[in-house]
Every structure is written in structure tokens, then in C-alpha cells.
Design a protein around this ligand. Structure first.
Ligand code: ADP
Length: 417
């Protein structure tokens, strides 16, 4: 039996999952870090070795392939030996804002790189770093962690490289990028899941992996979470009911619409279209504890529509499915009973979700056929029943929602890319 290992470097920690050929989970590993960590390079290295060390010895020799996902747009510069020359810039670091004016002169209007947190904006900003001259390679977090395992520098995948400006349709860097005259090696970009090389012999020997265990090109955390659901046909979608409301719909057609923050990742011959609203669990959390959410939800009759029409936000502004930076939160009238208030909130979020999928379909995505659900809100059966009433297609809970599981499927070659 050949096993696969998926490793997820997320926002709060790293996780690993070992699966067998049937997709059964044989072992899970975790390594958390402090959000105020200062030395990320040291932290990631320790996390990687810690996860490998946690895999039961009896399984290690059967692992045939390893893949890693990182957080999108977390990047770092390394020298010719792969040693970081400065601290990484994390996914949410906004210092790239300083480079947006320069970038807007060369990048096409509304391109995904035109955001303060895009990898390309960050890279341009990095040129002011005192040690920039020592840098030879720009790598994403997943690329660098993969390098620690296979030893090859300058290799990425087309999920991580999207926000570096890589043209995922033509599978090449676009011509306009040359005008930026970036004085270092941009990564060679492979399809996620492509074999890069065998595990370095010293690592294989140290941990007891087999010598021909392959390390394959990785992906990003949110795509890995999508892959975990098992969705693979056009029209299949994943709604993430986490702090925010994130929709992803698999489609034969690519959709890009910067007005709504909509863009598409390539998934083999298909496109993973999506958008994110600022509504979601963070608003629920503002009003209710998790225990209250469970108790009050149990008292709601989901077959009865709520007349309350809210747009639940914590502060003004949304982009998808309503693009209005000034959009005001609508949380009035507030009924006396908390149960009714929560009913109104859940019902209103279901309407926003429905509108989001309508928008994706109106812009050309394939028609919805079913929706998997992930995130903290996925456990709420009342919400599921309300959503089911609006969405009209089967709404099912994902059996697997962890990014590490999706990345393990990628390592196994179970994902059609
Ligand atoms: P993220 O990773 O985006 O921060 P999670 O997927 O961990 O979010 O989900 C956390 C969110 O789920 C919280 O905002 C919380 O309000 C919401 N949540 C937790 N339990 C429930 C529940 N029973 N019903 C609805 N929402 C819930």
C-alpha cells in the first residue's frame, strides 16, 4: 500500500495528514505557533521537522509522495544556497501598497497583482531591503518548504504563482512583467502535483522514509481546502462558513471581475472561480458565543422563513456579491428574542450566499449542481436547512475540510490537474 503525505502551513499552525490509496486518514500531525512569532524561517523549519517526526515510524517507509501547501502570497527571498536573506513577507502584509503605483503602470487594468498583498507588489517593495542584492530567488512559502525536502531551488506551482502575475492560461510569465526588470530568478512554474524530485537522501535516512519518496509541486491553503471536499465536476461548489463567507465554484469557464473581487484559479482543464463576502461567522461571533449559537439554532424552525432582511457586517463595505465600499451594515430591526435575531442573521447570510452563486453563474460559471460546506458554520444543521431552502441544490457537509487532506490527495495524484 502506497501512502501519501499532505502538509498544510496555515495561518495559525502547520498540520499534516497521511492517507492511504482509498483516501482513509491513517495519521494526523499538528504543530502550532504563536501569532506574534518573530523568526518565521526558524518557526517553519521547526514545524516541518516536527510534523515529519510525529508520523508513526511504521507508516514512514510506505509514504510514496509528499505535497505542501502554504498561505497564498507568503513569500521570501533566498540566496543561491536557499538561505533566506531577510524575513518572509506574510500573506496579509500590506507593505506592497508602496509599489502599487509602479505596478499599475505595467500590469493590465484590474489584474489580480494590483493589490497591496499580492506577491508581485510585495516583491517590488522588497527591493528596498538592505540585503536585496544578496537575493537570487523569490520563493513562495510552499516552494521554500518543498525545497527543504527535495533540495531544488526556483520551483513553484501555478496556484501559488497566480498572484506573482504568472499567466495561468498560457502557462508562462506575461510579457509586461519584463518591464519591471526584476533582478532575480522568478520560479519555474509547474502544475500542482507534478513530481519535482525525490526526498533528499539525508532526510529520508534520518526520518526513515524510503529513498524514492517523491516531493511534488504544492498549492495554496484555500485551494487545498477546496480539494479536500472531493468536489471535482463543473458545477460543484464549496462554501466556507468561517469568519467570512467564501464561495468557490468549479467551472469550465474562467471568470475575472475585479469589481467583485472575483478571479479564477486553474484546476487542470477547469477553473476554480470564487468570491468572498465580509459577512459570515465573525458577525455571529460578535453577538453570540459558540454555545449560544448551538442552543439558539436548535430553537429555530428552519422551514419557516424569517421576515428580517439584514446585511450582516461588522463595518461598512463589501465587495462580493455587492460591490460597495460604503455599504452599511443592516442589522435592524432587532427583535426582542435572540432566537429571532439569529434566525434573521442566518437567513440573510443564506440570501447573500445565494446571490453570490447567482452572480458567479451570471458572469459565466457553470450552473450549480451541489454545494459542499466547510468552516465553523458547517456544523449548524439549522443553517444548512435554511441554506438548502434558498440554494435549491443539495447542500452537503464536506467529510474532509482540512487543507492538509486536500494536499495529501494532490500528492497521491487523486486530483485531476
Ligand atoms: P476561520 O478559520 O475563518 O476563522 P472557522 O472556520 O474556524 O473560521 O469558523 C469560525 C466561525 O464559525 C466563527 O466566526 C463562529 O461564529 C462560527 N461558528 C461557530 N460555531 C457555529 C455554529 N454552531 N453556527 C454558526 N456559526 C458558528
Amino acid at each position: 500500500m502506497t501512502l501519501s503525505l499532505g502538509i498544510d502551513f496555515g495561518t495559525s499552525g502547520a498540520r499534516g495528514v497521511v492517507i492511504d490509496e482509498e483516501g482513509r486518514v491513517l495519521s494526523e500531525m499538528r504543530h502550532y505557533w504563536l501569532v506574534e512569532t518573530i523568526d518565521w524561517v526558524k518557526c517553519w523549519r521547526e514545524a516541518l521537522w516536527s510534523l515529519l517526526g510525529q508520523i508513526p515510524g511504521a507508516l514512514r517507509g510506505d509514504i510514496g509522495a509528499i505535497a505542501i501547501n502554504g498561505t497564498s502570497s507568503t513569500i521570501l527571498l533566498t540566496d543561491g544556497a536557499g538561505e533566506p536573506v531577510d524575513a518572509p513577507l506574510l500573506y496579509n502584509d500590506g507593505r506592497g501598497a508602496m509599489a502599487l503605483e509602479q505596478l499599475s503602470q505595467v500590469a493590465p487594468t484590474n489584474h489580480t497583482v494590483l493589490s497591496a498583498t499580492s506577491s508581485l507588489a510585495k516583491l517590488l517593495w522588497m527591493q528596498v531591503l538592505p540585503d536585496f542584492a544578496k537575493a537570487r530567488y523569490l520563493l513562495h512559502q510552499a516552494d521554500w518548504l518543498g525545497f527543504l525536502l527535495h533540495g531544488k531551488l526556483g520551483i513553484s506551482d501555478y496556484h501559488n504563482a497566480l498572484k506573482l502575475g504568472y499567466d495561468v492560461e498560457k502557462l508562462q510569465y506575461p510579457k509586461w512583467l519584463e518591464q519591471l526588470q526584476i533582478p532575480l530568478q522568478l520560479p519555474q512554474v509547474l502544475a500542482p502535483g507534478t513530481a519535482i524530485g525525490e526526498l533528499l537522501p539525508r532526510i529520508a535516512a534520518y526520518f526513515g522514509f524510503k529513498g524514492d519518496c517523491l516531493v511534488v509541486a504544492g498549492t495554496t491553503d484555500s485551494i487545498a481546502a477546496f480539494l479536500a471536499s472531493g468536489a471535482k465536476f463543473p458545477g460543484e461548489a464549496v462554501t466556507s462558513l468561517g469568519s467570512t463567507l467564501v464561495l468557490k465554484l468549479l467551472s469550465r469557464h474562467r471568470i475575472e471581475d475585479a469589481r467583485y473581487g472575483i478571479y479564477s484559479h486553474r484546476l487542470g482543464n477547469l477553473w476554480l472561480t470564487g468570491g468572498a463576502s465580509n459577512t459570515g461567522g465573525a458577525v455571529l461571533k460578535h453577538f453570540f458565543s459558540d454555545v449560544e449559537l448551538v442552543r439558539l439554532s436548535g430553537e429555530i424552525d428552519p422551514t419557516q422563513p424569517s421576515e428580517l432582511d439584514y446585511y450582516p457586517l461588522l463595518k461598512p463595505g463589501d465587495r462580493f456579491p455587492i460591490n460597495d465600499p460604503q455599504l452599511l451594515p443592516r442589522l435592524e430591526p432587532r427583535p426582542d428574542q435572540n432566537k429571532e435575531f439569529l434566525h434573521g442573521l442566518l437567513e440573510s447570510m443564506a440570501r447573500i450566499e445565494t446571490r453570490g452563486y447567482e452572480l458567479l453563474q451570471n458572469l459565466g460559471a457553470d450552473s450549480l449542481i451541489n454545494i459542499y460546506t466547510a468552516g465553523g458554520g458547517a456544523t449548524n444543521s439549522t443553517w444548512t436547512a435554511i441554506r438548502q431552502r434558498y440554494l435549491k441544490v443539495p447542500v452537503v457537509s464536506s467529510i474532509h475540510t482540512e487543507a492538509a487532506y486536500g494536499t495529501a490527495l494532490l500528492a497521491m495524484g487523486k486530483v485531476q490537474i
